[in-house]
Design a protein around this ligand. Structure first.
Ligand code: SF4
Length: 72
């Protein structure tokens, strides 16, 4: 399972049902890539991988994350 995180979310967090949300390391470290990480490809992983929103949709993604109204 994966999720989108607010842009400023760079630390791991825990869901209400106590599942770990780990931040994709490639999004916060310049020395990590999918080739050196590969955690997404592990079917046995228990953590949810979170990707901080970026680009033109980041503000909208933040509103959705915090359940704020989003203009149509
Ligand atoms: S394998 Fe997944 S968690 Fe790891 S760097 Fe790539 S996208 Fe991020």
């Amino acid at each position: 399972m994966v999720t989108v995180l607010p842009t400023e979310q760079t630390k791991p967090s825990v869901t209400n049902d106590e599942r770990l949300v780990a931040v994709c390391p490639a999004s916060i470290r310049s020395d990590v890539s999918c080739a050196t990480c590969g955690i997404c490809a592990k079917p046995e992983r228990r953590a949810i991988i979170g990707f901080p929103a970026h680009g033109t949709g980041a503000a909208k993604a933040r509103k959705v994350f915090f359940m704020e109204p989003v203009p149509p």
